[in-house]
Ligand binder design. Structure first.
Ligand code: GRF
Length: 202
């Protein structure tokens, strides 16, 4: 059974979707740790409610960003983590972490990458006036939102949608997609060939 760490800085609705999927025995992996850089993250409360181990520290607790990254890697090694799932984690993963967890760290982005990278994927797509946006789950590489794409799902923007309505549609799609991607990883069904990710058996 793959051991999973979820990194979250905020509300943690994606974490919740993963926890529920796991509870229904569908994840094929075990969430053993929730890490946050933000002590007020509601994601931490969700983890505690599910009796999952939580760890919280932030770059400001260390003398350098390198020292922070080293502590993260040490934590993941102590917990024998196979997969790092970024779910609303607001810090960029440091170089050492990215290389240590190459092809074993994934992220969810609320737009159809490579469009609308960065922190405000939903708002940027909405303000641009696109008719279709969506959700992307991808591996992490050295760049910003640039690693190989695992799955994507389009979400239609209707002309009378408010940003809140779009946000809701995006989050609903996220909560369906992320558990699926994690399951594929845990079942060893993801093969990376260059920039492409092959999902075996679909
Ligand atoms: C999600 O929209 C995700 O795509 C983005 O950050 C948001 C996190 O939401 N990376 P939550 O904390 O999981 O509710």
């Amino acid at each position: 059974m793959k051991r999973i760490a979820v990194f979250a800085s905020g509300f943690g609705s994606n974490l919740q979707a993963l926890l529920e999927y796991e509870k229904n025995n569908k994840l094929s992996g075990k969430i053993v740790l929730v890490f946050s850089n933000n002590i007020d993250a509601y994601a931490l409360r969700r983890a505690e409610k599910s009796s999952i181990k939580t760890i919280c520290f932030s770059p400001s607790d260390f003398t350098s960003r390198n020292a922070f990254d080293k502590a993260i890697i040490e934590m993941l090694e102590n917990e024998q983590i196979d997969l790092v799932v970024l779910a609303g984690y607001m810090l960029l993963a440091g170089k050492a972490l990215v290389s240590k967890y190459k092809n074993r760290m994934i992220n969810i982005h609320p737009a159809l990458l490579p469009a609308f990278k960065g922190t405000h994927g939903i708002r940027d797509a909405y303000n641009y006036g696109v008719k279709v946006t969506g959700v992307t789950v991808h591996f992490i590489d050295e760049g910003l939102d640039s690693g190989p794409v695992i799955i994507q799902e389009p979400v239609t923007v209707n002309q009378h949608d408010t940003i809140e309505m779009l946000e809701e549609k995006i989050h609903t799609a996220e909560h369906r997609l992320y558990p699926l991607a994690v399951k594929y990883f845990c079942q060893d069904r993801l093969k990376i060939v260059g920039r492409k990710v092959i999902i075996e058996g679909i």
